[in-house]
Design a binder for this molecule. Sequence first.
Ligand SMILES: Nc1ncnc2c1ncn2[C@@H]1O[C@H](COP(=O)(O)OP(=O)(O)OP(=O)(O)O)[C@@H](O)[C@H]1O
Length: 360
Amino acid sequence: MNSHPTVAATAVPQDAEDKPDVVRLTDVRRHFGKTAALDGVSLSVRKGEILGLIGRSGAGKSTLIRCLNGLERPDSGRVLIEGRDIAGVSEKQLQPLRRKIGMIFQHFNLLSAKTVEENVALPLKIEGLPKAARFKRAAELLDLVGLSEKAKAYPSALSGGQKQRVGIARALAARPALLLSDEATSALDPETTHAILALLKDINKKLDLTILLITHEMEVVRNIADRVVVIDGGRIVEEGAVWSVFANPQSVTTRSLLSTIRPQLPDHIAKKLRQSPDGEAILSVDLAGPHASSPLLADLSAELPNAFRLIHGGIDHIQEQPVARFFIGVPDPSRLTPVLQFLKGRSARVEVLGYDARPV
Ligand SMILES: Nc1ncnc2c1ncn2[C@@H]1O[C@H](COP(=O)(O)OP(=O)(O)OP(=O)(O)O)[C@@H](O)[C@H]1O
């Protein structure tokens, strides 16, 4: 028997369930005329968790952000930040609640006439902290984001990645309960994106910081989120631990958002597929968690020699869980049933995608 830890134990830290919710939305609705920007959204983000909220353009992400930071009032539903409902409070009561949320943005939103350290210290000036204390805190934060040597520089002298580091330092200045990241890496190149996401993960671990990542890119979610929520048309269409959603996406929207980063059947083969059982059967094979560590294809080859050919695929590792996806061809129709039986017996999800009458 396998000696791997159970799936549930590895996907969610043991104490995560006990941690309080920093954010809790209950049945939040916001309509603009006939458009339901948010159509009954309920979600929570636990202390220390990184939640990825993903959706295509128009899914309702910006409306949700605006409901969270109080710029938009929901038509109905509750928006709790550390247990305080921000949906029903006055503008004056909203100010201290807003400060519980630090935000980082796609275009950084730094003040160009102020130095890096002045940008970082600004939220503390608004809070009325004395100058020496403000700049001491700014120095600590610039150290945290690895940008101490740029304290006296102006934003125009920084790269995009450096600007976002300043944005992160500034967002953390007032010790927020939640860091809200609004497409914060969308304007950055892949290498810089990777470095910024690694920094966010590092800060999450060091400070037990709660992060809500709003994005349209699955790669971002894949890299650092613990859990993912997929929204479409103002509704949550799927949610779960990132590795498990990646391993077995249920909704059409999730599958489509994943299509750029999961192995797909090569186009030139997909184009030739027919549904009539004539020629080589083309199969997708998915498995995840402990099952994906076994030498499945080697075992299949030993059990049924020359029954299949490997077309495409591989094993990814998400949240330390192997997530495997392969495409294989079974040229001999008489061997299809034994291949399917073998794979299913090993807990793989197998789908016959079609038949290629003219394999290369
Ligand atoms: N102020 C508004 N007036 C009218 N319709 C609006 C308003 N704000 C949002 N909407 C509509 O609500 C829906 C959700 O919009 P929202 O901006 O929240 O989506 P989004 O996921 O943030 O999209 P994007 O990624 O393109 O920013 C869209 O159909 C949009 O046209």
